[in-house]
Design a binder for this molecule. Structure first.
Ligand code: ATP
Length: 513
């Protein structure tokens, strides 16, 4: 099963390259590790995902506005946010395979295995007992209790070691758990070292430490430092949100899963400013809203789940992930965090500027609390691409690869295909294209047999193909072919627009939320 999934993932990656979605960065120089470029179809899909997010935030919520802050920020920003001191991952190398790992992820791997064992016991028992009571089983079955205790002990030791920054203790935990390198199979580990994930560079011509600046590791801080600018100029009343889409950079220790973990990536973040004490209400609200946004895409509700954080970051009083069932299993797609007043308070302290809100209803000043929703654009892209990718066997014995991308996100909405390159068919096809191109991204193609052209459109996820034949010239009708059902229908040219409008428009998708 695992191999099948691995193969599928490999096929998705090579399909993404072959059809102009994603290329390795600077490939002619053999690429750059964990950096990718989006091709002609990839950038359209990516733009459509951005539009879906941006419109959801700023059109469907009249109290959310968007900004576009610079990537470079004053270096003190990152002192205040805690990134200079605490944005570290513990890394460890295996001396035999020379491979590098995140120490915490090696330990989490052991926890995951124990959790799988518990799930297996539950599955077995639920088949055996008619009135199976999960909670009762978890607390009484000796094997399960033992596994759970192990998980709790490991978690507690890891949290303690990380909390104290005690890397020797973290290494000891790896030794005690007898973790072996999956590649060399040995336990020949180096010491654990802390590694700061921020990229730095120098600004200006004098390369001394005073000029050191960072590439932002998250977009959120650009919102916090602009909190008052936006609140005052937009006359925003609490609760309100500021949304932003932009690049972030992290020097990830382990970045091996295609665009899932990159060193340069994009985030779509929204910080929602609320009255202190009301943050849990809004945290629950955004948890639900964000899941609805994901589910409206139709990739299957069973592919999403919440994962509550037990080990909270220093700034949070509640946090959870929306995980997605990626080709390599359930992993974080989006984070929802109740960040308290940590960021604004800290920027007040470091900048010496007041970052408070005057609440005219209560007649008081306060630093708002913040609920953040943060989703990786590239991870969204991977979730859409990998789930849409289907290898299908057709009734006539042939095969096709089709990307069943949600129609509103597809790079092209319509392909315009004259059956032949003569008899005035291309001219008629261009006339139809001129009718549609202001509303939909159209793709024109007249080369090769029509069957081949359909397959190429399937492979890039075009929801509709319109074929212009000799009959078109006499009765003003075309055939319209549906990507998913492959059904073809004869329709009049003036009706084409209204037939496809609803299923491919962003408004249609947003209405499903
Ligand atoms: P992870 O635990 O997977 O490293 P994180 O908890 O560090 O992620 P956040 O800091 O909460 O991630 O960032 C918010 C979102 O940004 C994540 O949910 C993810 O979708 C995206 N993201 C974070 N790091 C990367 C990366 N290296 N490459 C691509 N997307 C990323």
């Amino acid at each position: 099963m695992e191999n099948q999934e691995d193969n599928l993932f490999k096929n998705v990656i090579s399909h993404a390259k072959e059809y102009g979605f994603i290329f390795p960065s600077s490939e002619i120089y053999d690429g750059l590790s964990a950096v990718y470029d989006y091709g002609q179809n990839g950038s359209e899909l990516k733009n459509n995902i951005k539009e879906y997010w941006w419109k959801f935030m700023t059109l469907l919520h009249d109290n959310i506005v968007g900004i576009d802050a610079a990537i470079f920020m004053h270096p003190t920003t990152w002192k205040a946010s805690g990134h200079v001191d605490a944005f570290n991952d513990p890394m460890i190398d295996n001396k035999d395979s020379k491979k590098r790992y995140r120490a915490d992820q090696l330990i989490e791997g052991v926890i995951e295995k124990l959790e799988e064992k518990i799930e297996k016991e539950i599955e077995k028992a639920s088949k055996r007992f008619e009135n199976f009571d999960r909670a009762m089983f978890l607390s009484t079955n000796a094997r399960v209790v033992e596994y759970q205790k192990k998980i709790d002990d490991i978690n507690a030791r890891m949290k303690d070691a990380l909390g104290r920054g005690d890397m020797a203790d973290l290494k000891q935990l790896i030794i005690d758990l007898e973790i072996a390198d999956p590649i060399s199979g040995t336990k020949n580990w180096t010491e654990v070292r802390q590694f700061n994930l921020m990229f730095s560079t120098e600004m200006g011509s004098v390369a001394d430490d005073a000029n050191k600046i960072y590439l932002r590791p998250e977009t959120a801080q650009g919102i916090f430092v602009n909190f008052l600018n936006v609140q005052k100029t937009g006359r925003m009343k609490i609760p309100f949100g500021i949304a932003q889409i932009g690049k972030a950079f992290r020097n990830e220790i382990v970045a091996r899963q295609f665009i899932f973990r990159m060193r340069e990536f994009e985030q779509m973040e929204m910080q929602f400013f609320v009255k202190p004490g009301e943050e849990m209400k809004w945290y629950e609200y955004w948890k639900e809203k964000r899941l609805q946004w994901h589910q409206a895409l139709g990739l299957g509700s069973e592919n999403y789940r919440y994962h509550d954080h037990l080990n909270l970051a220093h700034y949070a009083n509640a946090a959870c992930d929306i995980q997605f069932n990626f080709p390599m299993g359930f992993r974080e797609l989006e984070g929802i965090h109740s960040r308290t007043d940590f960021d604004l308070k800290s920027h007040e302290k470091y900048s010496g500027k007041k970052l408070q809100y005057f609440d005219s209803e209560d007649n008081q000043n306060y630093i708002p609390y913040v609920v953040e929703t943060s989703v990786g654009l590239d991870r969204m892209f991977l979730s859409v691409l990998a789930t849409s990718y289907k290898e299908e066997k057709l009734e006539d014995g042939s095969e096709r690869v089709v990307l069943k991308i949600p129609a509103a996100l597809a790079p092209n909405k319509v392909a315009i295909l004259p059956l032949m390159k003569k008899d005035g068919l291309p001219e008629k096809a261009h006339e139809i294209m001129d009718l549609l191109k202001f509303d939909f991204r159209c793709f024109y193609e007249e080369k090769d047999a029509i069957g081949k052209r359909y397959r190429r459109q399937d492979a890039i996820g075009t929801p509709y193909c319109i074929t212009i034949d000799h009959q078109t010239l006499t009765d003003n009708t075309v055939t319209i072919r549906d990507r998913d059902t492959m059904k073809q229908e004869r329709v009049s040219i003036p009706s084409v627009k209204s037939i496809i409008q609803d299923s491919v428009s962003m408004a249609g998708l947003l209405k499903k939320i």
